[in-house]
Design a protein around this ligand. Sequence first.
Ligand code: SF4
Length: 647
Amino acid sequence: MISYCNSLTEYSRRKTREVFIGDIPLGGNNPIRVQSMTTIDTMDTMGSVEQTLRMVEAGCEYVRITAPSIKEAQNLENIKNELRKRGCNVPLVADIHFTPNAAELAATIVEKVRVNPGNYADKKKFEQIEYTDQTYADEIRRIEDKFSPLVEICKKHGTAMRIGTNHGSLSDRIMSRYGDTPLGMVESALEFIRICELMDYKDLVISMKSSNPQVMVQAYRLLVNKLDEEGLEPYPLHLGVTEAGEAEDGRIKSAVGIGTLLEDGLGDTVRVSLTEEPEVEAPVAQIMVDRLSKKSNQSKIESIENYSIHPFEYHRRSTEEVLNFGHENVPRVIADFSKVEEVKPKDLKAIGHSYLPELDKWGMNDLGADYIYSGSNPIDFMLPNGLKEVMDYEGWQSCSDQRNKFPLITDLQKVESFHEKLNFIEVNADNYDQTIFGLLEKTTNTVLILYSEQSHATASIRRFVVELMNRNIQVPVVLKQVYPELTEDELMIYASTDAGTLYVDGIGDGIMLSPNFKPSVDTLRLYNNTAFGILQAARTRITKTEYISCPSCGRTLFDLQETTAMIRKRTDHLKGVKIGIMGCIVNGPGEMADADFGYVGSGKGKITLYKGQEVVKRSVPSERALDELIDLIKEHGKWVEPEGVEA
Ligand code: SF4
């Protein structure tokens, strides 16, 4: 088995090296720490101090501040002094890109420096270079010359360092040899780690961030594997999804990536990056971390002998097609209305289907659920075309329209007849009758609805699916998760972690998020939007425009929240288009990674527009930039006019 975590069936945190960052140690037996980054100009000393204090108040245990040049690095001293004067001892981290001299100065002032191995010693020219082993080795020596002075300074001052790889800003050297891959990300960090170990400097923390949660998860897992394989120290991991975006998308994307790794037992500190005020981030991260404590009372899950999932590459589990589930169909969304006593047409608006009385027809937005589960409360009006009813088997057996409704079976012993095309069989992955496998081997019109009551539910469901894979049973699987009343943030984070973990591993042909209480219309909407958001974040069903917006920092050249809202307002009907919105041209183009179009701050009031990684229009005045972005989208055939469907 390819190793990357302690156990596939039991929550067990990977033991890492303890690293002191100021007085607050990280890794080892210490709790998983929460951190964030200021967004204010680093030269604004008082503004930075006030924002840091608010972040600490919100739960940040480390605060990162950007130091793009030597003058900001110098000003970290004033910020630090003022904070200490006010009784705040939070360790500070300087964020460095491209500027070794700023890093070397910052390392004498703050408790930790973050360097990006993609741009510390390299300037990106997007060149494809053929390296021989000799020229590659020469390159490594060049990096060593540039990087070792910083290591010496850190050693002397007791300063910790994060080697923070970013998927979108890998060096030309790495891109040429490994491509834009998780292995390239890992190798990018290893080049720097090896230098540190040779110099006997081990106060390191490592990160492997990407705006694509799938890539990010694979890279962290592979990093752990390679560190062990090479006999390097088990350095603590800093987890984060870059440029996750705002509101629900940002929370869901972060939880799919970070939550998956935490479930694996990986991660010693977490930063959730949202395009919102930085003090909002720590409480969201804390929800992810706190949930792990509930895993202490997990019951035993049978171990896995033959693990058939590849943890470092995405492969969707192969399944057969049952009606519109499985095979190459996108994962389906089942809205659970079983706790709603009497479903009315207007309730369907919460799951993307709206009745338009003036046209006497139904409209569906991009988040229109595919199925509605009515349980034992059958729906007594005609449903829109795109929505099919699933009902409990007992009710289905006696209903007059058996053909257009589908049964959900919980007790196979009681079944007298099946639907000819589609039957849902609900199975508890913790506790099931072995005869289920015999039945599944014979049927071709069945979809499983899998759930678990375990505190480590994802492991239980994954174990069951591996059993299916090992028996070559290709039945599609819907992942069902049941939740009590929670806050919005909790629901989004719990569900995204639970389902996202499995989707990243290629498991899941459908999703059903179920409230175990009588839900309001708003709750039904939240559950439905979260289900679609998870599929989008796991890149298995793209239903919305994707915004890869940076969280902003001291380099930001415009109001990111306002600009993102403005761009979203005019483009959020562009299903599947990825738009990067980046605060600065120094890191923005790299950090927006696989965006189709980019809107990047390149000077005061100036925007540079990108098609992929290529600059298309430079220094466009910001008043015209959105119109020009839309023109660019049109030129590349990705524009559609918004529809007037009420949502
Ligand atoms: S892209 Fe955004 S967060 Fe990243 S350095 Fe530039 S302004 Fe800061």
